[in-house]
Write a protein that binds this ligand. Structure first.
Ligand code: H2B
Length: 132
């Protein structure tokens, strides 16, 4: 039997830093979602947001977004193509808004449930990693 009081069990790693938590999102993969999953509560979403701090939670806590200024239209399209590759790999797709030829707003929500799931934070972390 393994329990937290068992001295032979794996030690509790303790609280992890936002960077460590981000790495575990980067290493994770999206679960296929066609409904039947609870929308993530706002409090949980705020905790996940600490790991992808450049993203904003919308007022209803149903989506997160990040804005980019890539300088030129071609750079925006290049970023979109890289994001598209991540989205296709994960089978979880952001809404992409290009405005003023050089601005890109990436919005993540889980359409099947009309709100946030862990999938959104996994893709957000993988998008952030593209820009490291
Ligand atoms: C089975 C597969 O996970 C679904 O069809 C996917 C495709 N990509 C998706 N992307 C997003 N953002 N939300 C979804 O609900 C969704 N559904």
């Amino acid at each position: 039997m393994t329990s937290s009081s068992d001295p032979t069990s794996t030690p509790d790693p303790g609280p992890r830093s936002p960077a460590q938590r981000r790495n575990s999102l980067v290493d994770a993969h999206c679960a296929a979602c066609e409904g039947g999953v609870e929308v993530m509560p706002p409090e949980t979403a705020r905790q996940y947001l600490e790991t992808v701090a450049k993203w904003e939670l919308d007022e209803s806590s149903r989506s997160i977004s990040r804005q980019f200024n890539r300088g030129t239209f071609v750079n925006v399209i290049e970023l979109i193509n890289r994001i598209a590759a991540v989205a296709e790999r994960e089978q979880h797709h952001p809404d992409l808004h290009v405005t003023g030829y050089r601005h890109l707003k990436v919005v993540l929500t889980t359409h099947a449930i009309g709100g946030l799931s862990k999938n959104d934070f996994i893709v957000a972390a993988k998008i952030d990693q593209l820009l490291d």
